[in-house]
Design a protein around this ligand. Sequence first.
Ligand code: NAP
Length: 337
Amino acid sequence: MSVTSREVQLAARPHGWPTPETFAIVETEVPDPGPGQLLVRNLMMSVDPYMRARMDDRKSYVPPFQVGAALDGGAVGEVVASGAEGVKPGQIVLHARGWREYALVSAEHATVVDPSVAPLGAYLGVLGMTGLTAYAGLFVTAEFKAGDVVFVSSAAGAVGQVVGQLAKLNGAARVIGSAGSAEKVAYLTDELGFDAAFDYHDGSVRERLAEAAPDGIDVYFDNVGGEQLEAAIAAMRLHGRITVCGMISVYNATEATPAPRNLAQLIGKRLTMRGMLVGDHYGLERKFVAEVAPLVAAGKIKHRETVFEGLESAPEAFLAMMRGDGAGKILVRIGTP
Ligand code: NAP
């Protein structure tokens, strides 16, 4: 027995920005699960910036996608057949084989989740990988402490929206965010309680940041790199800390991009600039969920999602996420429970 499914494959490696031609939707047959495996009908999948790096044939911390094979990434789905002890059909699991309607998943790499505790999208966003990235990147990597002035870029995005609110709830003296539109800027100040926000398209980032943080910043949570990183270094106070979480402004670059031109300021200001990978922080997951889930349930941490409908919309969902179209965490609904 097998089930007919559709999956999104990498049709060609992009040069610069991916296009619809980067992807192909292909029909496949998915076999019954063997011992230790689950057959999962996917309900919701995530599109994330790191997937862009996996489209290139480049050694990285995750292997590249292969041309002619399905992409993968975070997803939640319903178990329809189980060859694994302890996991039953009907249960909902979080796993890493998105971009397809049906997935054969090793039970070892699947986590049973309770859809009555949080909506499915939350397991891929605010209470999932992007939420944990915000939590670990702020508290562990940046060593945030009460009284810090915090600046976060891509602040209205999946990671950024959580960073700013966690900082605020934990006693930041001031939280500043940048984003790509006036609507996102208003969301940050009016809905999420940021003290200041600006659109990074609006003239000089360095000037906008200096206006928003006249006394400088202690922590920069970098999601974008480039001009904003350079501006943050300029705004840093003594002993400031920078979490290098992402550099989306250069993910589609076709030539080497310039480094921040003011790195020498790290010396005099004794700055720390530290890269982080969420994969190193899953040991914190229980603590993170125990702390953050009640804040989300109480409405003290707000979050937005944009949901695209149907597997065929997944390529456009990915491109929209990269462009900044859509609000908050971008998801694709593949099926209904
Ligand atoms: P996201 O912020 O929800 O989505 C990406 C956003 O980047 C877009 O919505 C867009 O928003 C912004 N953007 C696109 N091009 C830009 C540019 N040239 N300059 C400035 N902003 C630009 O994505 P996310 O999932 O929360 O990820 C945020 C960052 O964290 C990414 O760099 C990602 O790679 C990184 N990340 C790292 C880890 C890790 O373990 N290190 C884990 C998760 C995510 P605007 O409308 O505001 O431009």
